[in-house]
Design a protein around this ligand. Sequence first.
Ligand code: KG4
Ligand code: ZN
Length: 353
Amino acid sequence: MLVLGIESSCDETGVALVEFDAASAEWPRLRAQGLHTQIDMHKAYGGVVPELASRDHIRRVVPLVRQVMEEGACTLLEVDVVAYTAGPGLAGALLVGAGAAQALAVSLGKPVVPVHHLEGHLLSPFLSADSPEFPFVALLVSGGHTQLMRVQGVGRYELLGESIDDAAGEAFDKCAKLIGLDYPGGAALSRLAQQGRAAAYAFPRPLMHSGDLDFSFAGLKTSVATQVRKLQGPQALGEDAGLTETERADVAASTQAAIVEVLVRKSVAALKQTGLKRLVVAGGVGANSVLRAHLNAACARLRTRVHYPELALCTDNGAMIALAAAMRLQSGVEQPMAAGAFEVKPRWPLVSG
Ligand code: KG4
Ligand code: ZN
């Protein structure tokens, strides 16, 4: 079976082809993929501008489908199912991907599979060389979500805890902005942090000892903002004005240390609570090398296996959408739908607590 997947929930247009053998126990393989990121376009505004995002998805989606079909050395007639991100995300952006997928499916006479964006992230490590096995604890750390889940199988997810305010990626991005880094600042903050001291500033570790598996990162941002203003002095103009390079790097390293420590502690608590011996990390923040190093060390102590998506598949992409559809079909939790009518779900919980 050949699944064509389309992702357009936010600021990346992703298209990919994934194939699987319905009779085999082997999980699907990636045949080809293409991605266009809009980050440069949104940078000037300090965040994603939804209308610009939708328009750019319109420009990119068809050329990307052509590119992926060429790279995958097949024709559209060979595609069995068209998958697309149905939510959560920006309504206009989602509609572009959904519209393109439905139009393709109708014209080809093929069915569709609407996919939950977070399920795509969650299953993305199954495309890596070191693919996980069920069951496992999942730490989902994207720009919009921070969740811990018990995952028993495809479609069998139980929410253990989540952020009650900002997501970890959002905290990275907001703190990055405070020290003058462009949107989305997570990766840039992490690079700057390499030159800084993680213990320079004692930023709060919100809810770290709350006894549950929930997160909160809004207070951390406020604390970083207060520290930045203190370093600037009263006359400062602009976000990071007046900070030395050393101060910026120290703020970056201390911010990263606070976020990473909370994520690691809560992941360890989730492993202990569930008794599971496998951790799967997914979402954009999963690309963070300090987070990976600390999780690796903690999991080694617990004799627990830890799996990550390939670096290029941590942030949004079409491969994870095609994969999630393929895994749902292969494991029988989803039947393809007739193409035609569709709706997108900008707000759509994967599991409710
Ligand atoms: O999963 P994703 O592409 O977006 C959502 O579905 O929301 O994740 C994007 C997030 C952004 O907040 C970005 O700053 C963060 O992942 N991110 C990182 C790193 N790379 C991406 N955060 C920390 N360190 C990184 N290396
Ligand atoms: Zn995402």
